[in-house]
Design a protein around this ligand. Structure first.
Ligand SMILES: CC[C@H](CNC(=O)c1ccc(S(N)(=O)=O)cc1)c1ccc2[nH]ccc2c1
Ligand SMILES: [Zn+2]
Length: 251
């Protein structure tokens, strides 16, 4: 008697909570128990900007709970570690999350880890409730002065491995006023794709000018000793939803 393989066996593989996804807004479930996001941000926690080769990070001092995210869909306090962007080789694509089939030209990820339950970011990343990432879609519009302060420093971190001090950054000014969000359980969108992320995708996009976005593509994925290769794109394709439901904070 051969083993029968049913549909759910196919979903029993251990990679069914991958990110990013296409969010069908009409299928999102309004959850009245979702709280507003509570974002406490201390500008003195910003430390440096780093070129990692596939993207650049703005990194924060996460040795104590100074800049934290709580409430929203979360049951713990999460500590700010870094933020970074994903972009495409043209303004036609670049975001990781897709909304009703619409791709945006870029996406900001603000990465937090559960400092209430775990001792370190690396430890938290091994658990389903280890990380929380706020995803903010970027749309082409007027130049964004808050992004400009980051873009001015990209020349200091042009090649892979370069870093430059980056202090007193006002991350709060980067966020839209409207913090309504969609939330679902997913993964890191780069290797090792751990399924450890509570995703919180804001429903309001923020502007970036086409000229500013072009500056992202000027970053190099090569070190200063190699032949220069620009980071033209670094966004992962959308993944299957499987058994997940996306919840919305707004009816
Ligand atoms: C656990 C992964 C981590 C490196 N990766 C990340 O920090 C990261 C963070 C956010 C996202 S996204 N685009 O989803 O927001 C993708 C990746 C990481 C950190 C320390 C490590 N030591 C050994 C391995 C190792 C891996
Ligand atoms: Zn990311």
């Amino acid at each position: 008697m051969g083993a029968t393989v049913s549909q759910d066996d196919n979903d029993s593989d251990c990679h069914t909570h991958q990110s990013p996804i296409n969010i069908w807004t009409k299928m999102a479930l309004y959850d009245p128990f979702l709280k507003p996001l509570k974002i406490q941000y201390d500008p003195t926690t910003s430390r440096k900007i780093v070129n990692l080769g596939h993207c650049f990070n703005v990194e924060f001092d996460d040795t104590s709970d100074m800049s934290v995210l709580s409430d929203g869909p979360l049951n713990s306090r999460y500590r700010l570690r870094q933020f970074h962007f994903h972009w495409g080789s043209s303004d036609k694509d670049g975001s990781e999350h897709v909304i009703d089939g619409n791709v945006y030209p870029a996406e900001l990820h603000i990465v937090y880890w559960n400092s209430q339950k775990y001792e370190s970011f690396e430890e938290a990343a091994k658990h389903p409730d280890g990380l929380a990432v706020i995803g903010v879609l970027l749309k082409i519009g007027e130049a964004n002065p808050v992004l400009q302060t980051i873009i001015e420093h990209l020349d200091d971190v042009k090649t892979k491995g370069k870093e430059h001090s980056f202090t007193k950054y006002n991350l709060a000014r980067l966020l839209p006023n409207d913090l309504d969000y969609w939330t679902y359980h997913g993964s890191l969108t780069t290797e090792p794709y751990f399924e450890c992320v509570t995703w919180i995708v804001l429903q309001r996009a923020i502007p970036i000018s086409s000229a500013q976005l072009t500056r992202f593509r000027g970053l190099l994925c090569t070190s200063e000793y190699e032949k220069p290769v620009p980071i033209m794109e670094n966004h992962r394709p959308v993944q299957l939803l499987h058994d997940r439901v996306v919840r919305s904070s707004r009816l």
